[in-house]
Design a protein. Sequence first.
Length: 274
Amino acid sequence: MAISAADVNKLRQMTGAGMMDCKKALEENQGDFDKAIDYLRKKGQKLASKRADRDANEGLVIAKTTDDKTFAAIIMLNCETDFVAKNQDFVNFGHSILDLAIKEKPKSEEELKNLTINGSKVADLITDQVGKIGEKIELSHYHFIESPMTISYIHQGSRLATIVGFNKVCDEALAKDVAMQIASMAPIAIDKNTVPAEIIEKELEIYRELIRQEGKPENMVEQIAQGKLNKFFKESTLLSQDFIKDSKKTVEQHLNQMDKDLKVTAFKRLMLGA
């Protein structure tokens, strides 16, 4: 299929790979951007940005807990421009939706959209905002956590937020440190045992291909790939990451030092463009 210059440039902006490499990646994968990115990774390209950063939207990411901290909610409300995202009416609208979620504890995004504020459904109020502002407005994400203890964190600028659940009530400062760790280091799971199997297999597939390209003997490929996977777990799972406030210990070690019975039960992280 014919690949447009615009698509080639888009992939280049997403990955930082060369124009010709991007063109070939798209041609080899019939214009599929996700497959093209994996193709570049397998070819050993050093990608300048994460796949999640493509097609970034403007908007608001905010999170909050109930007063008793047993329920936390996080939402992403998108718009088209930074100008609208910073408009106080838009910000207030986003917080009104979040406050409703905290009050009613809906179990899904669809359920939240069907709740009412002053007699009007959230979905209808979003449509009204589109007409009022003149931009596409969308409630693109809603997540919640119910645990004996939850915490929320909103990064400055409201473009990134996290919520975390714990198995017991704990020191709020400690909980906030974990929430900030998640915001800063973007783990994909709590530990290696909770990484989805499809992610593990995809990483192994990429490692095997790169190792073979390096000319390693076939009988060593799996062993080396597993070593690379362990490094992936170290960098990408919360408990194995270096603690941002003291890189001499992991997050798990820090939690054990503070409270050996404390466990992270769940977390959610939302960022504009991700």
